[in-house]
Design a protein around this ligand. Structure first.
Ligand SMILES: [Zn+2]
Length: 111
């Protein structure tokens, strides 16, 4: 399950791509046909992004500010460049993990 999550693969076959875009989960796995619409991560990935990346960014900003005292404009330029890609990465991993856990524990969302 861990390699499938890290690589963004289907939780059943481990070879089909889970995402059709950056954060969009496919409707079905192109390799094994697993219906991925029944697995909804909801707001979990966003919460992971907020809590994990937000905490790390605040700590890093405080450390950098205390150690180097850069001007505020440098903070304004530096942190979005680091935080935005990191937040997308964390949200993608969290979404793959939540879909894999829902598949593993047979939790299906019926709409
Ligand atoms: Zn599959």
């Amino acid at each position: 399950m861990v390699p499938a999550v890290l690589l963004g693969r289907c939780p059943r076959c481990g070879s089909g791509p889970l995402f059709s875009g950056l954060l969009t989960v496919r409707d079905t796995c192109p390799e094994c046909g697993l219906d991925l619409r029944a697995h909804d991560a909801g707001d979990g990935p966003a919460m992971a992004g907020i809590f994990i990346v937000g905490a790390l960014a605040v700590i890093a900003a405080l450390v950098v500010d205390a150690k180097y005292q850069p001007p505020l404009w440098l903070h304004a330029v530096l942190w979005p460049v680091i935080v935005l890609p990191l937040a997308l990465l964390v949200m993608r991993l969290a979404k793959a993990l939540l879909v894999a856990l829902q598949y593993r524990h047979r939790l299906r969302i019926s709409a």
